[in-house]
Ligand binder design. Structure first.
Ligand SMILES: [Ca+2]
Length: 312
């Protein structure tokens, strides 16, 4: 993939951000802009990466709110980075990988589902090899910062959410909003209003794998926005809830724990990038090296997975 130095790498795009009150009524629609970069993949498929501005935020939930694993609330400062505008779609997956997950909900513009953490990570590696850019899974801190987009409310759209704004089980309510619908399947990415950073589908649709190992709470968590790894990893983190969850599991701070080798029906992911620099080998290989040390059996596991997928 040629890097044309005369081509502006980032382009501005405009969108409308919606804010709700506690009854789920729209109280504000405001125009926003953000910068994005389009990675051109084979067969005319694009991957939009949105620039997330540097900043600080309080990660987790305030006292007496949310689940124990969302505490203690702690400050995180992050440099600028890039986050996938949407979860990785089946169209994107299929131009990068030579096998398909056994999708629960099939459709090129839908998010990939039924992918394990290892498989999501392998996608990032292959995407990095193809593009020369050090694509990776977002850290949990990056994910929450990008999701909140400077909001401190449970959802980026305010104190509550409705199924007009996200794909979750609308038979359950969060506050005083009316019941919504239950779609029983994923929706095409980008079907609902984005947050103030210009990111789509964070609340609901599919759970999104993050790089971090699971920790039961935030005691001792890093504060630099990096992934929190562990030598003894038994589970990884997913964020954002899915089409099969009630709204409280789709909150900005809500977390899910799952073993890295299993791709449940509702598991997808989006990719992140520290910089647009190409052939940034140091970043890319140090990421790979770190993970090889932490997960020494993953290469064997990858071969077994490939054999398993192909034999079906
Ligand atoms: Ca999501």
């Amino acid at each position: 993939m040629e890097n044309d130095k005369n081509r502006p790498l980032e382009q501005e795009f405009e969108f409308e951000v919606v804010t709700l009150n506690e009854r789920g009524e729209v109280i504000r629609r405001h125009p926003h802009q953000a910068q994005q970069f389009r990675e051109e993949l084979p067969n005319g498929v694009g991957l939009d990466m949105v620039a997330i501005p540097e900043g600080s935020f309080l990660m987790g939930s305030r006292l007496n709110f949310g689940y124990p694993d969302e505490h203690p609330q702690h400050w995180i400062s992050l440099p600028r980075f890039f986050m996938g505008k949407c979860p990785v779609t089946q169209a994107q997956w299929e131009v990068i990988m030579d096998w398909k997950p056994p999708y629960r909900c099939t459709g090129a513009p839908r998010p990939v589902d039924r992918v394990s953490w290892y498989e999501a990570w392998e996608f990032c590696e292959r995407l990095a090899e193809k593009t020369g850019r050090a694509y990776r899974l977002p850290s949990e801190a990056e994910w929450e910062y990008a999701c909140r987009a400077r909001t401190t409310t449970p959802f980026y759209c305010g104190q509550t959410i409705t199924t007009d704004l996200a794909n979750y089980v609308g038979e359950h309510i969060f506050l005083a909003e009316p019941k919504g619908i239950y779609r029983h399947e994923t929706t095409e990415v980008g079907s609902f209003s984005p947050n103030a950073f210009g990111l789509y589908d964070l609340h609901g649709n599919v759970w999104e794998w993050c790089a971090d190992a699971w920790h039961d709470d935030y005691e001792g968590a890093p504060t630099d926005g990096g992934a929190w790894e562990s030598r003894t990893v038994s589970a990884h983190v997913l964020r954002g809830g899915c089409w099969h969850d009630p709204p409280h599991l789709c909150r900005s701070a809500a977390r899910l724990k799952h073993v890295p080798g299993e791709g449940e029906d509702y598991f997808g992911f989006r990719v992140a990038l520290t910089s647009l620099e190409q052939n940034s080998d140091s970043a890319r290989y140090s990421w790979g090296r770190a993970n090889r040390k932490v997960y020494p059996t993953r290469f064997l596991a990858r071969q077994l997975r490939r054999w398993f997928h192909r034999s079906r």
